[in-house]
Design a protein around this ligand. Structure first.
Ligand code: GAR
Length: 181
């Protein structure tokens, strides 16, 4: 599959996918990275000669996706809401750092998810990878992995622990999707 990875932040999930692509863990290839801003994670695309665009314009993004013959869009820490146009044109998956539907929806992204989880003294959190529909964090769930956070002393500690599982889960889901295709 030809992948487009959408990012808005540090891009460690993108980096993890680039690493496993180098190891040939799966056959899929990251053909395009899209960001809505000059995100730090774009450096991983630049360093690895992967095409990237910074754009908030749907038509421009759609044009690039078409140009690179994209089969699957992977939202990896991408914050803008995905338009109907994109949803209707592509298969899109999203990675979210909680056990959805818990800690999902408006305002729940990145460290804010873990802050809420920490404040509520949860002992288990986790990772969800799901299909993207028109509602935030709402599409069909592909995989969920629970993570024991009972010993974590801060939201950041939870984030670090969960991020490692995110990297593992994302590559597994993409491999499974290409096998099923
Ligand atoms: C990840 O934890 C991802 O699950 C989360 O943002 C972080 C991005 O990290 N996504 C969301 O919260 C989406 N609602 P990264 O830029 O280092 O991959």
């Amino acid at each position: 599959m030809n992948l487009a990875v959408f990012i808005s932040g540090t891009g460690t999930n993108l980096k993890a996918l680039i690493d496993v692509q180098k190891e040939k863990f799966f056959d899929s290839r990251i053909k395009l990275v899209v960001s809505n801003k000059n995100a730090k994670g774009l450096d991983f695309a630049k360093d690895n000669n992967i095409n990237y665009i910074v754009s908030k314009d749907d038509d421009e993004i759609l044009g690039e996706l078409k140009k690179h013959d994209i089969d699957l869009i992977v939202l990896a820490g991408y914050l803008p809401k995905i338009s109907k146009k994109l949803i209707n044109s592509y298969e899109i998956i999203n990675i979210h750092p909680s056990l959805l539907p818990k800690y999902g929806g408006k305002g729940y992204y990145g460290i804010h998810v873990h802050e809420a989880v920490f404040e509520n003294k949860e002992t288990i959190s986790g990772v969800t990878i799901h299909h993207v529909n028109e509602n935030l964090d709402d599409g069909d769930i592909i995989i969920q992995k629970e993570v024991d956070i009972s010993t974590c002393k801060s939201a950041q500690e939870i984030a670090d622990k969960i991020l490692k599982i995110e990297h593992q889960s994302l590559k597994e889901v993409i491999k499974k999707m290409e096998e099923d295709n």
